[in-house]
Design a binder for this molecule. Structure first.
Ligand code: NAG
Ligand code: NAG
Ligand code: NAG
Ligand code: NAG
Ligand code: NAG
Ligand code: NAG
Ligand code: NAG
Length: 637
């Protein structure tokens, strides 16, 4: 994870540094604490200036400071990981390799085919000196954040950055859309004194003709959000990016789904019932394909990082001295359980795995610590049991020790930990209990979180942003021989399960959609959700997790995983005729069962804002889609 930024100014009277504020620098440095550098290019004759600012988080190989510059004056900033698609030798650095490829490109086609073949998350800026062009953009899903901001004052300027500045300013920042990559012809813009962006859109390999109209729609959509003084143009049709995943299979099966139900002894949502489906050869084959492709995705994400090799060689290390390199955002739900199990498969046995579990103090405790605690606890417990009617194997012992932080995700998290310990008792599983009080939430929201969530602004963005920020910070308590002791996760890589619900119909709104509009409607909804996951979730989550000098990695959004899931008809992935706890993310549940998981395989989905109880902490009467006043009061101008 790195912080990258570029300021372009079409005036050479001003020093460009004036556009680059101290607080922006601070935000960028938090993402890339290991090395910061700046570079200014001034083209006095053509009257434009560029400032490049690179902040590096060191993860593997030798530290490669950014921005990179070659003898021809080309400049490159890269915030990404090449996991596949382009060869990066074990001793090579992906930033350098990408720059080398870029500088060898002879024309636009070459550049586009390069970005079509990279697999992994990225955002980048590339100044191509020979054409006076600035190229920039984000990967197909938008797994790395990139924002833009335009200035139409006396000094015409454009700023691109991984994060925005702390303080508000007159000019709104926006997320760079993931419809394609962009180019600015700086020479032409300086000459005409107007700013034109050229979009090179993504296209599906097998659908060249289907997209003309959707491309136009996409262009209009982006234009609509841009200030009126910015023009947006589409590249020539022959120049486009090829999507790194296969398109969604929209086939609706002819056989009615009910026939599956004959296998299902309907009234109980149980692990035994899942087992019955695994008896079908066809299902079993798909389950194994899913496990294989997901396992590879996790492997790439947990092995591509620096592990002090000497640390592993020193057999003598006491258990507590060993450092975790990988952490999982962990609710004990099926997505995080699968990721944890697959991580366990691939990393050295001596290395602990951090399971980050966040809980917000319940409102009752906030109000009156202790007073009516017992009563409230019983109430909590009843609520919990009600919302988890299917989760019969809930550990009685843990539910008895309910405290202010015993929120639903804490309880399922502990139960999940037990399952993982059964699967691999030799692994050190650090279950990190992260308890957040109202005071700390308020303080951190104001100091850090609100500007990371920005430009997103809803109640839901606030809840999830705060929950993910505290979870990924990794500061909490672990239980060591019965005692709670303070713990701070050292893992630089944080895995999250995002993307599973969007692809396998995990949200309750999918059931509503299915009931109303049938499979056709459901397919449409899922296609739409995956296409907007960048602007709904990923940019925000990347800014939030990156703020701790850590890197978010998303195994469910690996190109091969998405291609595999996209290739299957919806009926193989979910069966919403089956009850909650089984029907949604059906294929994933079977995979979890096959990997040896038990009670967690039939847990119904619980959204993080409810599971962690943050949604209840401050104002439970708001709608998730309302603008969040708590964010605005600080981020406001
Ligand atoms: C990178 O920065 C972090 C945070 O300051 C520090 O803990 C780590 O040791 C640094 N790594 C290297 C290789 O300098
Ligand atoms: C390349 O260098 C950057 C900066 O030091 C580092 O973050 C990244 O992990 C390196 N990549 C590889 C593949 O070594
Ligand atoms: C672009 O350059 C490559 C060589 O690098 C060449 O093979 C290709 O035909 C060129 N494409 C166009 C459209 O000019
Ligand atoms: C592509 O064009 C052909 C001919 O115009 C049309 O029949 C076909 O439906 C189009 N493909 C898609 C996916 O729309
Ligand atoms: C392991 O630890 C013991 C006691 O601390 C020490 O005597 C021994 O030299 C160590 N072995 C290695 C290989 O470091
Ligand atoms: C955190 O919350 C848990 C309840 O899940 C509680 O058992 C633990 O004591 C709390 N830790 C601290 C330090 O308050
Ligand atoms: C969609 O799924 C059906 C049924 O499995 C299969 O026959 C078809 O080839 C798939 N289509 C695509 C485009 O993958």
């Amino acid at each position: 994870m790195c912080g990258i930024c570029c300021v372009i100014s079409f005036s050479i009277q001003h020093t460009i540094g004036d556009f680059f504020k101290e607080d922006l620098l601070c935000s960028l440095r938090r993402r890339g604490p290991n090395c910061s550098q700046q570079l200014i290019k001034t083209e006095s004759d053509l009257s434009y200036q560029c400032l490049f600012s690179g902040h590096v988080l060191h993860l593997r190989g030798l530290t490669t400071p950014q921005p990179l510059e070659d003898t021809n004056n080309n400049v490159f900033l890269w915030n990404g990981e090449v996991f596949n698609g382009i060869h990066v030798g074990t001793t090579e650095n992906d930033t350098k390799i990408m720059f080398h490829h870029l500088t060898s490109c002879n024309n636009e086609s070459d550049i586009l085919s390069l970005f079509s073949s990279v697999q992994g998350p990225w955002s980048f800026m590339y100044y191509q000196a020979s054409t006076h062009s600035l190229w920039f953009g984000r990967d197909y899903f938008g797994r790395r954040s990139l924002l833009w901001q335009f200035n139409n004052g006396l000094e015409k300027a454009l700023c691109l950055s991984s994060v925005s500045a702390l303080s508000g300013s007159d000019n709104q920042w926006q997320e760079v859309p993931v419809s394609g990559i962009f180019r600015i012809d700086l020479k032409a813009c300086a000459a005409t004194k107007s700013l034109t962006l050229i979009l090179y859109p993504w296209k599906y390999r097998f659908q060249e003709n289907a997209t003309e109209e959707t491309l136009k729609d996409g262009l209009d959509q982006i234009s609509k959000d841009l200030p009126t003084y910015i023009s947006l143009a589409m590249s020539e049709p022959k120049f486009c990016l090829v999507a790194p995943v296969t398109p969604l299979n929209r086939t609706i099966p002819e056989i009615k789904t009910e026939c599956h139900c004959t296998n299902f002894y309907s009234d109980s949502v149980s692990v035994e019932n899942l087992q019955r489906f695994l008896a079908e050869d066809h299902k079993k084959k798909l389950v194994h394909q899913l496990i294989d492709v997901l396992s590879e995705a996790v492997k790439r994400r947990v092995l591509c990082l620096f592990r002090g090799t000497d640390q592993l060689k020193r057999e003598n290390h006491s258990v507590s001295a060993r450092k975790a390199h990988v952490a999982v955002l962990f609710s004990g739900g099926i997505d995080s359980m699968l990721i944890a199990v697959l991580t366990d498969r691939h990393i050295p046995l001596e290395e602990p795995i951090d399971l980050l579990n966040v809980a917000f103090m319940s409102k009752e405790c906030t109000k009156s610590k202790g007073a009516s605690k017992k009563h409230e606890n019983q109430k909590n417990q009843l609520e919990l049991l009600a919302c988890q009617e299917h989760f019969k194997e809930l550990d009685i012992e843990t539910s008895n020790s309910l405290s202010c932080f015993s929120v639903p995700d804490r309880i399922t998290g502990r139960a999940g930990l037990k399952e993982l310990e059964m699967i691999n008792p030799s692994r050190t599983w650090n279950f990190v209990e992260i308890n957040v009080t109202l005071e700390e939430l308020k303080r951190m929201r104001q100091q850090h979180i609100s500007h990371l969530v920005y430009p997103l602004d809803t109640v839901l963005d606030d809840s999830i942003g705060c929950a993910v920020w505290f979870a990924s910070r990794g500061e909490g308590f672990i239980t060591n021989q019965g005692d709670l002791k303070p713990y701070k996760s050292s893992a630089k890589v944080v895995l999250t399960g995002i993307g599973a619900d969007e692809q396998l119909a995990g949200y309750s709104r999918h059931r509503v959609c299915f009931k109303k509009y049938g499979l056709e409607g459901l397919i449409k909804e899922l296609g739409m959700e995956l296409s907007r996951i960048s602007s709904r979730n990923l940019g925000r989550d990347d800014r939030i997790i990156g703020d701790h000098g850590k890197e978010a990695r998303f195994p469910f959004l690996d190109e091969d995983v998405v291609s595999f899931l996209n290739s299957l008809p919806i009926s193989e992935k979910a069966n919403l005729a089956l009850p909650r706890g089984i029907g949604e993310k059906f294929l994933l549940r079977l995979a979890a069962k096959e990997l040896g998981l038990t009670a967690s395989t039939v847990l119904p989905k619980r959204a993080m804002q409810f599971g962690s109880r943050i949604a209840k902490m401050e104002n439970s009467h708001e709608k998730a889609s309302d603008k969040c006043s708590r964010l605005q009061s600080v981020a406001g101008d």
